[in-house]
Design a protein. Sequence first.
Lengths: 716, 312
Amino acid sequence: MPDLLLELFSEEIPARMQGKAREDLKSLVTNGLVEAGLTYASAGAFSTPRRLVLSVEGLSGQSPTLKEERKGPRSDAPEAALEGFLRSTGLTRDQLELRDEKKGQVWFAVIEKPGRAAPEIVAEVVEQVIRSFPWPKSMRWGSGSLRWVRPLHSILCLLTDESGASVVPLTVEGITAGNTTEGHRFMSKGRFPVSSFDDYRAKLLKAHVVLDSAEREARIWHDATTAAFAQGLEVAEDKGLLAEVAGLVEWPVMLMGAIPERFLDLPPEVLQTSMKEHQKFFSVKNPRTGRIEKFVTVANRETADHGETVLKGNLKVLSARLSDAKFFWENDLRTVKTVGMEGMAAGLANVTFHNKLGSQADRIARIEALAREIAPLVGAAPDLAAEAARVVKADLQSAMVGEFPELQGTMGGYYARAAGLPDAIAAACKAHYSPLGPSDEVPTEPVSVAVALADKIDTLAGFWAIDEKPTGSKDPFALRRAALGVTRLLLANGSRLSLLQLLLDPIRRCRASMVRAGSFPAAEIPDLSNDRVEKECALVLAGDLLAFFHDRLKVFLRDQGIRHDIIDAVLAMPGNDDLTLLVKRAEALSATLKTEDGANLIQGFKRANNILTQAEEKDGVEYSFGADPKFAEGPEEKVLFAALDRAEAAIAPAMKAEDFPAAMTAMAALRAPIDAFFTAVQINSDNQVIRRNRLNLLHRIRATCGQVADLTKIEG
Amino acid sequence: MTGSPSTPKSFQEILMRLQAYWAAQGCAVLQPYDMEVGAGTFHPGTTLRSLGSRPWAAAYVQPSRRPTDGRYGENPNRLQHYYQYQVLIKPSPPDLQALYLGSLQAIGIDMDLHDIRFVEDDWESPTLGAWGLGWEVWCDGMEVSQFTYFQQVGGHDCKPVSGELTYGLERLAMYVLGIDHVMDMPFNDPQSPISLTYGDIFRQTEQEYSRWNFDQADTEMLFQHFRDAETECERILAAPVRDKAGRAIIMAHPAYDQCIKASHLFNLLDARGVISVTERQAYIGRVRALAKKCADAFVMTEAGGGNPAEAA
């Protein structure tokens, strides 16, 4: 059982691509080997900036011999048929067997495919994988036509068993596989041979290369946290940065330095972002002062002066970068202190939001109007919400956000406070972008909620108005995220409103912006003063947009474990554009269906509904006259009447209070009487009066049980 | 790797050491192109010569102008006029990384003391219709060069692929010489009888050009020049291949000069703030269209691996 070692040695592989490349190398090679008939015990892939490595253990020495039998023509068939069979099997006549079958003698071909040796298969699979490797971006170099992420320099490909190691004969574009590799670019010299994976790994370590990225990450993190701890400091955790840094070095050497005193007053987010984005530094916090005071950088080598020059150089770059940041920060502060946040925002009139929807300033004016409308619905003061809407995007014009777009909102918060604005507005600067993802925290402060809703609804209304809806996997304006954001904001805050109504004005405002931006062809410019037509137009778009919200809600609720048929059942109810109400119904129904009574109630309900529907179709009438208890015959029927009376008495106030769980509980209590009724009673009695009365009774069941959701949509 | 040469004393010494190093590696040491360009890549020795099948190896200094980067000589690192050092070798040799590292040693960077890293940075020039993959090279966390394998130029696949190295000379020299403000950097040997700093030579010009770039350049005239260059470029390329004496001559270079002009005029207009965000893309597209046509023409010339007589 040989082991396979494969190393693809190249110029520096981008750090962000290494993780997926490891996975791809492992799955592509092992799949190829298995498809060719080999088996293996285990496989592991590794990467450094300069190498992609695969180790496969317990590979079978060869693929099994395959025997295939093919039935040919009968012995008395025309000669041409036999010739065709010989051609297709590649055999001669004397290699065929003649066998007796029921209908006479038939020619048979027995084709044996001999097993192939592992080296031959490995060579084939590796070459195929190299030539078709799914790099996100690949390139050619020199005069060759091979594509790789960066120039590929050497291939190490070994099969090792008890008798020793042998090189797999393999040549790709002039690169012939061998048994040698090289170590660290600066801390090691020359190529060296290896004989197995263990030998490879050990020799690399001696040559100052830590093969496993997880081990490099662990070393970096251990060294950084230990050094920080010794000084009573803490390293800010950042898994993405750690993985990236580990992908940039073969021999990680942690160095810690101090941020010059003059920069320590910068907001911590600025320090952290600048150091991370520009220099891939970790931030080190002092828990006593709460400030970021030091940094950790990771070099790729040990140096003669123990990193002194390296650290000095890094500090120099840091100082230049932070000087820029400090310059931006002080400039921005001066701006808001003199002209205020609205003064800072003035330039947004010259920034295009979308060429069909006008400038950012247009957009902000729309958001302001909408935030004012939403404010009373979410418990915010309209004037405060409107003022917040005017300034929350001002920082897009700040020098700092120009340099670090990811600090949008965060900087706005600092600048709003510096401009003397109330906390609610300062908080909304960052919070109004939330929630960004499905698990991101949802704002609850009313002003933030109002502006966050207005911001997202305006985006959706605008792109619906210009007909730029998401299609398939394409959603360049993140509209799905915006719709989910609105949904989560409404649900988390228990906001009650008619979404359809709320969408009308924003759509109309966006159409007005489109007219101003000259987005309509000359012949199609709408007359905005025609209230009736504009309203109709807005209603159509709002209806379509509402359906989009419902789609997003389905995805969201399915992730919460609520079945799709439950959602369909509540969507069929009136008032389905009040998402909070909709979800309350869905949750109550979902909970009830998980109880035995609930699940059985559905069966009883469906039986009642089916019989009733059939009868109504057949008779051409609706049995909604009300059933009369005096026609009830057996005890089960009487008990059902009484149970319905009790249930309705409990359901009516519960529905009024929108206490759907209570209403559903009362419905579930009907399960036993309904079951008993169906067991004991024949609906289609010969007595027409009794029959009609029973159908009217079924109608009562249908009406009573259909108040929270349309139970006919429930499956099973 | 020990035995690095001594630390250089001046900006010009670094420049001369680079020239000597790349000359020793067999590069033709070209002189700067005599036109205003935004980067060394615009030199026809890179843009045009990276096209076609004929081998090429050249190195040169290219004065580069980026009007929007003007800071009146006050910023320690930013200049509207600066120098790039450019190396282009086609096909890219297998040891280009090692050759590059050798050049850092040649200018006095001791490989035993510094941390050199190749960090992903793909290069794209929307105005030239060009892109490549490579890295920015970090020395102790500072970007000292751009290293690119050209994949496409002027819309043409590069076959063979050129390896391109670009050094930002001021920044690199400031680092090697330990200087914090570019204007304080010794331009010639500080021990010379008349020692000159970078500031002695360029502080005043930075002020003058910053003022002209930002406030004074006549935008109407610049717009007109842009249109003129565009028209002339297209006219040159539309001319018949055969001249009046019947010689097959494709005027790829004169046309490309007009493309360079258009590109620089666009940069000037941009610095004057008279090009809106939406117009910006349109102007870049117009320059790119010229660059593509020039590339199309060059590959039909002899230097571009073509045969002009066939195109006639």
